[in-house]
Design a protein around this ligand. Structure first.
Ligand SMILES: [Fe+2]
Length: 531
């Protein structure tokens, strides 16, 4: 067996995926572990990075349809067999973020190489990356099947690396590689949905609310209450004026009526949390009582909570005026930022809200953001949403709904516990979702239109991504994870397998997202961002 094949086949992870999709892929780490290449060749772009929360997610990605699409659009090629076509795509790679000296910043170039399947073929290629000091960010491979059989088997290698094709070292590298390949394509970058690259760019999407926070529906409990509407407008304006960087969230002075509404919700939920909330939630609430003045007589300040979360899990809150799109909301999670409303439900119906309000945010969501596994889980979804297709954003939004909003996990006693905010802030649905039931209790829908009992499915993001959901009734289906860690790992695996336009890595120190492939952010999105 040739060296290349040994490198690929030794990884059981790779094998399990390759068996199903006939594509082979491997990570920088795996190359380093399974070959004699110098470490500098394969890992220098990672080793100087002190804190990458989702380090693992940057590796092991499939050769997907996006790459095939790119290949169709390739403009030039180098025919390495005889060196007769040494034309290179001078467009190179695009990195539209500010440039600095970080090893993860700067332009990227993507190439496709076709190699004959022989011993040492991959080694012969990669040694030139070392020779010319070019950092590889990603490699994938797949067998070439287009020759109809016979002849020497070939593999296509898709390689991303730092630098532009007109850099002297990159240019020299590409010319050196010609001797080993019958096909060397420098690939054009792909245009993707606009996405934030730095946490400050969340300000560009935070105010793109769908309802401005004040456009109440006619059936909203506060629709005819002018004072309530004015209050909503005031709170919305605070969010609209806020800027993420270098600004504290303003302290809000809540009215006596608002605090009473909060207290009523607290009193109703407190006993149910003890019975049905997951252990992580309960321990987090105790910490929030201690550090953020969580109690029934006080609506905690977003600024205090955000500071506390930042210390605990590097998460933060960012006020928003109202509902924002799934794409924008999930993009915020990539930066460990939770877009959070500040208004409260109408006092006439303290146990009902037709939209997320501060009770839902602070009592449902915030305690879970004290848990690191849950934060990592949330960020997985967020990173996968960056630049994703509309179809994939919908899948991720469903995963989010069935987990962060309505997720169940198995408690230490084996019973079902809630970690989803929609359950932890809703007294009726929390009990409906978690209470033990007689096996003979029927399914179906009651006279009030509510499902009689829910179906509980094991947490599987692929299934959840296809599971539609109602927003006006209790959920007919809940997904049960074995633990928060189990939920995270399965979500990570699902996100890795999505045909993403690139893979993103979050640098917590610079609060910047780094991507592994050359892409171009779509122009005109957001409207007020001229690129
Ligand atoms: Fe929510």
């Amino acid at each position: 067996m040739m060296t290349t094949a040994v490198v690929l086949h030794r990884s059981s992870i790779v094998m399990s995926r390759a068996a199903s999709c006939s594509r082979r892929l491997f990570s920088i780490q795996q190359i380093q572990q399974r070959s004699s290449f110098p470490a500098a060749l394969t890992s220098s772009c990672f080793s100087s990075s002190p804190d990458y929360t989702n380090y693992e997610t940057w590796h092991d990605h499939r050769f997907d349809d996006h790459h095939l699409d790119i290949m169709k659009r390739q403009q030039y090629y180098v025919n390495g067999g005889h060196g007769s076509h040494a034309v290179i795509n001078m467009a190179g790679s695009v990195n539209d973020n500010n440039s600095n000296n970080s090893p993860l910043e700067g332009p990227r170039t993507s190439v496709l190489m076709e190699l004959n399947d022989r011993v040492g073929a991959l080694h012969d290629v990669l040694k030139y990356y070392w020779k010319y000091d070019v950092n590889i960010t990603r490699i994938e491979s797949r067998p070439v099947t287009s020759d109809g059989g016979g002849g020497t088997p070939k593999f296509d290698f898709f390689i991303d690396f730092h630098g532009k094709v007109d850099d002297p070292n990159v240019n020299a590298l590409l010319h050196s590689l010609q001797q080993y390949t019958t096909k060397l394509l420098v690939l054009d970058e792909k245009e993707v949905h606009w996405f934030p690259r730095h946490i400050s760019e969340l300000d560009l999407i935070a105010n793109r609310t769908l309802d401005a926070g004040t456009d109440l529906e006619a059936n909203h409990p506060g629709f005819h209450d002018e004072a309530y509407r004015r209050r909503r407008a005031t709170l919305a304006n605070v969010a609209l004026q806020h800027r993420t960087i270098n600004e504290c969230i303003p302290k809000m002075e809540y009215t006596k009526e608002e605090v009473e509404t909060w207290g009523l919700v607290w009193d109703t939920m407190e006993g149910l949390w003890e019975k049905y909330a997951c252990k992580e939630y309960k321990s987090s609430v105790n910490l929030l009582k201690k550090h953020c003045n969580y109690n029934r007589n006080n609506i905690p300040q977003l600024s205090d909570i955000s500071s506390f979360l930042h210390l605990q899990t590097n998460f933060r809150l960012r006020p928003v005026a109202g509902l924002i799109s799934s794409r924008d909301f999930l993009n915020g999670l990539a930066f460990r930022t939770f877009f959070c409303t500040q208004y409260i439900r109408h006092s006439s119906m303290p146990l009902y809200t037709p939209e997320p309000d501060i009770c839902h945010e602070l009592l449902g969501h915030v305690p879970m953001f004290v848990d690191r596994d849950f934060c990592d889980f949330s960020q997985e979804i967020g990173l996968a949403s960056l630049g994703a297709s509309d179809e994939d954003v919908l899948k991720l939004a469903r995963c989010y709904w069935h987990s962060v909003e309505f997720g169940l996990c198995r408690g230490e006693d084996g019973k079902h516990k809630a970690y989803g905010a929609g359950l932890l802030s809703s007294f009726g649905e929390l009990e409906y979702a978690c209470k033990e039931r007689d096996e003979n209790e029927p399914y179906g829908v009651g006279e009030d239109g509510m499902p009689l009992r829910p179906e509980i499915k094991p947490w599987d993001p692929a299934v959840a991504a296809a599971q539609d959901f109602p927003i006006t009734t209790y959920q007919p289906v809940y997904f049960l994870a074995e633990s928060l860690s189990d939920a995270k790992l399965k979500m990570r695996k699902y996100c890795e397998d999505l045909p993403r336009p690139f893979f993103a890595l979050y640098n917590a120190q610079t609060e910047t997202v780094h991507i592994d492939r050359p892409v171009r952010r779509a122009r005109g999105i957001p409207r007020d961002k001229a690129e």
